[in-house]
Design a protein around this ligand. Sequence first.
Ligand code: MLT
Length: 403
Amino acid sequence: MHVNPYYEKLPGNYLFAEIARRVKAYSAAHPDADIIKLGIGDVTRPLAPAVVNAMKKAADEMLAPATFHGYGPDYGYEFLIDAIREKDYAPRGVALAADEVFISDGAKTDTSAIQELFAPDARIAVTDPVYPVYVDSNAMAGRLGDFTDGRWNRLTYLPCNAENGFVPEPPKEPVDVIYLCYPNNPTGTTLTAAQLTPFVEYARKYGALIVYDAAYKAFITSQVPHSIYEVPGAREVAIECCSFSKTAGFTGVRCAYSVIPHEVTGIGGNGQRVELNALWKRRMGSKFNGVSYPVQRAAEAVFSPEGQAQCAEAVRYYRENAALIRRELQTAGYEVFGGVDAPYVWMKTPTDSWAFFDRLLDQAHVVGTPGAGFGPSGEGYFRLTAFNTREKTAQALERIRRL
Ligand code: MLT
């Protein structure tokens, strides 16, 4: 058996695994160090009571033969799909058919698995810096060429930096797929409808697909779209991935959803248009047995009036953490970006970003994420998350200020 040769081209570990490895090694060498983690975007607030109650009730149903649930529908239970259509999309003027929404265990799962629908030689574009999952999953499928000098030579990078105000330009050359994540991970910045429009126009002109990751939309407070479908013409060219992880604290529970409108097509072998929706259904049928019933009931409860209020409270808490991080870093003289409509604050570093990571870990016992780990344009920047507790966040910032 020969292994997939493209795995051998991957540089080192997955970013957050590499950070965990370094922190573990540091802790082992410095057992007394009280390390505060503002690295991976993992939540710390407990689940909303409405969510837990729904989960418990569903677990009780599993005790009785009459209400027990075995295999669920591959694409998700109707009750959750309808809640998403009616409570998440309809209020924004986005009408979705029930079979355009797919329930899964995570946006990471969906944004990485979607590439199975692309031709092996599809050309890919990503904003740079970028959530590494989009890049790694396409590299594993052999689409990105070779990784040399910190870049994949068959990947189109769309730089986002302080110089361009974190507003990427559409690719200069024809590509097949563009990944966009807004509010952005890692920079915490957003795009307005007017700034997203050129991407939709590009996709329509070149027959490209937009994979839109909206995992952080619950954090939006400014006048920017929560969904790519708020941009006219997007329904024909975009799929959208959303998650309960950051909205409702589901990082350990696992539930997410993706939208694939029927109008989104690719070109088949005979030159005919093929619906990605049909291909995704085919894939789900063969590869997925659905998210568990109690978890889907828990996710449904996120959309109940109590669930909405309780989840909004947690999001507000993280947003206040982000404001605190921004304020404290600015006071300490750092240049900061993002963190207004997102749980991530992106800061300029005085040294290269891995050196800054090491210094912060060693001298402040604070973990963040080096910008270089998100792509070449991330060099010189650093990401802090707002997901820790208020106390730990304040303590971490105090230590950074003292550096
Ligand atoms: C991050 O820190 O970028 C995210 O937590 C990763 C993820 O959601 O998978």
